[in-house]
Design a protein around this ligand. Sequence first.
Ligand SMILES: [Zn+2]
Length: 171
Amino acid sequence: MIKDQKKIDEYYEMIIQKNPEYVGIFYVGVKTTGVFCRPIWPSKKPEKENCEFFETAKEALLASYRPCKRCQPLNIPSSLSPEVRKLIAAVEKNPERKWTDRRGLEREIENLRKKFNGALVPGTNNVLKKLKLELNHYFKGSLMEFSVPLAEELGTPYQKKIWKQYLQELL
Ligand SMILES: [Zn+2]
């Protein structure tokens, strides 16, 4: 999400003006509707405090916004990997679904905390940095395989078995 107030002011001005030069430069999520749009769309303009701006449609999706049905901010560049195209197609088919379940995430963190019997604190490390880099490349379509290892001790024996089979099918 864009936090720079100068940019926010600039982008808000651009959605008021419907400046077509900004299409693809940013996306705007409207808190009151939970929908995100390209800079130009025909509906009533929201108040500035209800807008959140994003550099990519992916960021807007991850912030729990649904793609607008009118201006369809999820266009599909051909360079995307098949998995991401599938995901985008699924979101477009079922845009009402919540793709980021914040409560679910909280539960997940709580489960991890119990499992490892330790506090989870916000921060970063080399593995996370690498994962972030690889995810960025993946979503740009320039990376198909991850080199960041998965923790072997996570998951039930059944989940581990399925994961192993899944990896073999991929190879
Ligand atoms: Zn729209």
